[in-house]
Design a protein. Structure first.
Length: 444
């Protein structure tokens, strides 16, 4: 678009509802994106502090009531400087003052951007370090359980005690998507199921003792798989009847190890019941409803969800949104109704890892969900001129004019957006303190 064809507005005429473009470098302003709809007068004051005289805007993306009454700002003549009166001379002092103010504003904006990016990267690294610690703890349990089962239990208790303690420190919690490097295949599933099960247990208001047993059972629910041949450790729809029976034996192997570890009765129930289903179609004993312990119902649901998102064959992986939709549409009778309802609310309509199209047609990936605001997740937005490593997280709670239009499969993304967002082939989750929204209420 040529400058003469663009729509501009004077900085003093800005108002909420205008969709504006900042024709500045990524580090030259404090906003998460270079284009957005103005949502508040605070944003207008920040824009005025950038030292710009006018800003480009999009009439078709703006609220009609926010558009200028006249179209003179789009006319080339309107942009031309007015003729100088005879005897007028440029005010060089004023120009220097303006230039200095603009330079200061630009440097403040760059510094704020650096601080925001640094904080964002530090928070993510903290979560990934904690996930890695839990993964190492689980691998130590697996390495020692055959020869020192009690020591393996104590190691697991240490890991779970740390996770439950961290969760207790977070009054309101977000579910955070991590990078693929955070977990190895051998430990990723166990840690994922543990993290999400603990979050769901907290949502269901389980007491501290039950939370610890939930964590132990979740971490060790598949421990019996170490007794299986390597090729049978991941369930596969292509298994024949003999292979399927061998695979299902991981439950009895797990119970035998759980007894050697001297796990509590509650933790043993989780290991023994995590494949039982509410409608009686599970295994090994076809238990129904109340016959299954509450912690086992939680782990069974989370285990199924993670297996859909992180299957043994990556080609069969579902997006988080697809996995939730499938469970609700076709398998909700398999799971406890209350646990499933709270799980869907906790994970959000668009769980972390979902690729979405926003209402302004841009593409984004959900990276964090606050269960009290399930429709307003935090996302990374694809911006063509911004390096992926410098992208800031956009909290949709702070952008009321912006929302999610639909969920996408990663392969539906244009190549540039796919390369920028890098949808995860494996999903790792952890938890972090939710951002505070003063005066905000949770969504219905």
């Amino acid at each position: 678009m040529k400058d003469s064809q663009a729509h501009f507005i004077d900085i003093e005429d800005l108002r909420p509802g205008l969709y504006v473009y900042l024709d500045l470098g990524w580090m030259d302003h404090p906003f998460a994106l270079n284009s957005f709809k103005i949502a508040s007068h605070d944003q207008i004051e920040t824009l005025r502090g950038l030292g710009l005289e006018r800003i480009r805007y999009a009439p078709d993306l703006s609220d009609p009531v926010a558009l200028p009454a006249a179209a003179s700002d789009t006319s080339p003549a309107a942009d031309a400087p007015s003729p100088a009166a005879p005897g007028d001379a440029p005010d060089e002092g004023a120009a220097e003052t303006t230039a200095a103010a603009e330079a200061v504003a630009a440097e403040v904006a760059r510094q704020l951007r650096r601080e925001q990016l640094s904080t964002q990267q530090a928070n993510l690294q903290h979560c990934e370090n904690q996930f890695a610690d839990a993964s190492r703890g689980y691998r130590q349990v697996v390495d020692t359980v055959n020869v020192q089962p009690v020591a393996a239990r104590q190691q697991c208790e240490t890991v779970i005690g740390g996770l439950v303690g961290q969760l207790d420190d977070h009054e309101e919690t977000c579910i955070r998507l991590l990078s693929e490097k955070a977990g190895e295949k051998t430990s990723l599933h166990a840690v994922n199921v543990t993290i999400i099960s603990l979050l769901l247990g907290k949502t269901m208001a389980l007491d501290a003792g039950t939370m610890r047993e939930l964590g132990m059972g979740a971490m060790l629910h598949d421990i019996g798989k170490i007794k299986l041949p390597e090729r049978l450790r991941w369930g596969d729809e292509q298994f024949g009847s003999t292979e399927r029976e061998i695979y299902r034996d991981h439950v009895s192997h797990g119970l035998a190890l759980a007894r050697q570890m001297v796990l509590s009765a509650d933790a043993q129930l989780i290991v023994g019941q995590h494949h039982e289903l509410a409608d009686g179609s599970g295994y090994p004993h076809k238990l129904r409803g109340e016959q299954i312990s509450v912690p086992a119902r939680i782990v069974g649901l989370v285990n199924h969800y993670d297996n859909l998102c992180n299957p043994g064959n990556p080609a069969l992986a579902m997006t988080p949104h697809e996995a939730l939709a499938l469970i609700y549409a076709q398998h909700k009778t398999n799971f406890d109704a209350r646990a499933l309802a709270l799980f869907i609310r906790m994970m959000g309509v668009y769980p972390p890892g979902s690729v979405v199209e926003l209402t302004d047609t841009r593409f984004a990936m959900v990276v964090s969900v606050n269960s009290s605001r399930p429709l307003r997740p935090q996302v990374i937005v694809h911006e063509p001129h911004i390096p992926a490593a410098e992208a800031l997280i956009l909290d949709l709670e702070t952008a009321p004019a912006l929302g999610i239009r639909r969920s996408l499969k990663p392969l539906q993304l244009p190549k540039a957006a796919y390369d920028s967002l890098s949808p995860r082939k494996r999903l790792c989750y952890f938890f972090e303190r939710a951002r505070e929204h003063p005066g905000g209420e949770g969504e219905a």
